[in-house]
Design a binder for this molecule. Structure first.
Ligand SMILES: NC(=O)c1ccc[n+]([C@@H]2O[C@H](COP(=O)([O-])OP(=O)(O)OC[C@H]3O[C@@H](n4cnc5c(N)ncnc54)[C@H](OP(=O)(O)O)[C@@H]3O)[C@@H](O)[C@H]2O)c1
Length: 382
């Protein structure tokens, strides 16, 4: 039974990767924070979320093992013999853990995403089986580049970065390339924004848009009149509240179902074993119009009318407030770029596998909206 050391198994994507590895009969050593008992419960919950209910037996049989590890600490916090034993057991190392907080400052994200990746590479370098390193990056290493086709091999800082997170993932990829250039094998997989139309469960991992969606739902739960009053606006003649967002009306975003992304990663990993670094985008073949994303985000408040405008020189207080819920996100709404996915197309052709259809309104609504929460006073914060 091959053995994979996996970081980030409790995460939104990591849970799906772990589920697929275990289902394929791979032994998984899950690097996890917290006590082994607590981490074990979280892993089982993550597997349940990823579609593997009653997953406790993987722990009981030892096919899934909890390995305490913290990316913040030298040697992941392990004593040297334990670190060496872990390295020696690995046929592959999959590094999915990251600080994915788009608002976090550089000092925070770089410790996990840059220094943490360096520590994972040390682990891989120490392994006597010379494990391949599979690094989960992001399509957003393309940074501020607004348009054009981004090649799978492109790693270019010339457009700058819109968040410290993007920049940290760019530096992590550079570390991986330098590591593999010393006669080793690395596979870099770059997903776009991931989401799922399956309900997350109360304490399961959540996709990055879920927090924004909850905030918007709390806002929407007040209804058009209370909301308009709070922000000093008047609903229009039909009782609707208008919200404009700055951006390109024809802006596109790439949204990929997490289940498909995990399948695609396993598929790409099966195909690849070349020396050096191989990099692939793991993206949806059809980009989603930003306007459709917006419509789904506002689906619980049909009385909100959203509109994308080229410039917004005089935002209302409500528009300013909505923008503050995800600061800086408006910069993405000027993007209309595509990501090369040649290798994934070929791998799917080879396996006779289908790429998912374009994400329609039903999918987006299931993934991005949720039942409105009970009303809480507006002054309590959103
Ligand atoms: N989700 C997306 O839309 C998306 C898009 C593009 C790329 N990616 C990339 O895909 C990978 C997986 O993302 P995800 O959605 O699964 O992220 P996530 O849900 O935020 O999970 C992050 C994972 O990293 C772990 N982690 C964070 N800090 C750690 C530390 N100091 N030590 C050990 N583990 C730590 C977390 O452990 P705890 O559970 O203990 O916190 C969790 O398992 C990341 O590399 C991310 O950059 C994600």
């Amino acid at each position: 039974m091959p053995t994979i050391v996996l970081s980030g198994a409790t995460g939104f994507l990591g849970a799906h990767l772990m589920a697929r590895m275990l289902s394929a009969g791979v032994a998984v050593l899950a690097l996890t924070r917290g006590t082994p008992a607590f981490a074990g419960r979280r892993l089982v919950r993550a597997l349940h979320f990823a579609g593997l209910p009653a997953a406790g037996h993987f722990l009981q049989t030892g096919q899934l093992r909890v390995v305490p590890a913290d990316l913040h600490r030298q040697q992941l916090g392990a004593e040297p013999p334990v670190f060496q034993q872990l390295a020696d057991e690995a046929d592959e190392i999959w590094h999915s853990a990251a600080c994915t907080d788009l608002q976090a400052p550089w000092e925070v994200v770089s410790q996990v995403n840059v220094d943490g990746t360096r520590r994972m590479l040390h682990l891989a370098a120490a392994g006597r089986r010379r494990p391949r390193f599979v690094h989960i990056s992001t399509a957003f290493v393309a940074g501020g580049r607004p348009t054009g086709m981004i090649g799978a091999d492109a790693l270019d800082a010339s457009h700058g970065f819109l968040t410290p997170y993007e920049e940290s993932k760019y530096h992590a990829e550079q570390l991986v390339r330098a590591w593999a250039a010393e006669g080793r094998r690395a596979l870099v997989l770059r997903p776009s924004t991931l989401l799922s139309d399956r309900p997350p469960g109360l304490r399961g991992p959540r996709h990055p848009h879920a927090a924004l969606r909850l905030k918007l739902n709390r806002l929407a739960a007040h209804g058009p009149h209370a909301l308009a009053q709070r922000f000093g606006l008047a609903p229009d003649a039909e009782g609707n509240v208008q919200i404009r967002l700055p951006g390109r009306p024809d802006s596109l975003i790439n949204l990929t179902p997490v289940e498909y992304a995990a399948d695609a990663m396993i598929r790409l990993a099966r195909a690849d074993s070349a020396p050096g670094t191989t990099t692939h985008h793991v993206v949806h073949p059809a980009d989603t119009p930003l306007a459709h994303w917006l419509g789904a985000m506002a689906a619980n408040a049909p009385w909100v009318r959203t509109r994308i405008v080229g410039h917004l020189p005089d935002p209302t207080s409500l528009e300013t407030f909505v923008a503050s819920l995800l600061p800086g996100s408006d910069r993405y709404s000027y993007h209309r770029r595509h990501y090369e996915r040649t290798a994934l197309d070929l791998a799917e052709q080879r396996d006779g596998a289908a790429a998912p259809p374009a994400l329609d309104a039903t999918y987006l609504k299931a993934a991005l909206s949720s039942p409105a929460r009970p009303t809480t006073p507006l002054h309590s914060g959103i």
